[in-house]
Design a protein. Structure first.
Length: 165
């Protein structure tokens, strides 16, 4: 998939925090955008890398009616729309951002993109309570368990960092 850069002006002076913020269709994924906005509001130079990861589709029911290319195009377009929506507050605040679309295993792609894009940290919504993790997958917990050397900041719904490690 592709990477692209916004038209927002680049910060001058001190080195900006380069934050990788994974985006999906949930409101929780926007918590990282709120964190970037908070950092910007307190005067810290910030750049955001918004990442959408399309997981490979292997469902025979879906593949019976759609080709891999059709599914990939749909996922890419969906990712572009989600990133565009998530980037809106960043653009309004004048925060430069990059958009990246990847395909593959979620936690690996997040950490790999953070490294390749030169990000200083990954920003994720705080892990869900144990009971919720039993019912649905928790991307934050997966990334935290695999992060080796890449700082991961977990944030609450207001974009405030939480210490849950």
């Amino acid at each position: 998939m592709t990477d692209k850069t916004s038209d927002a002006p680049a910060d001058t002076g001190t080195t900006a925090m380069r934050l990788l913020i994974p985006i999906d269709a949930t409101e929780r994924s926007r918590w990282g955008v709120r964190y970037a906005l908070r950092q910007h509001q307190v005067g810290k130079p910030v750049q955001a890398c918004l990442l959408f990861v399309a997981e490979p589709v292997s469902s025979l029911e879906l593949l019976r009616f759609r080709t891999h290319d059709e599914i990939a195009r749909f996922q890419a377009r969906s990712g572009e729309l989600l990133i565009e929506d998530a980037a809106d507050p960043l653009v309004r605040a004048g925060i430069p951002f990059e958009a990246a679309l990847r395909e593959g295993e979620l936690a690996f792609q997040i950490l790999d993109a953070a490294e390749q894009l030169g990000c200083s940290s990954v920003v994720l919504p705080q892990p869900q309570p144990r009971l919720a993790r039993l019912l649905c997958r928790d991307m934050a917990q997966e990334v935290l368990s695999q992060a080796r050397g890449m700082p991961v900041v977990t944030v609450d719904a207001e974009g405030m960092p939480v210490d849950d490690r």
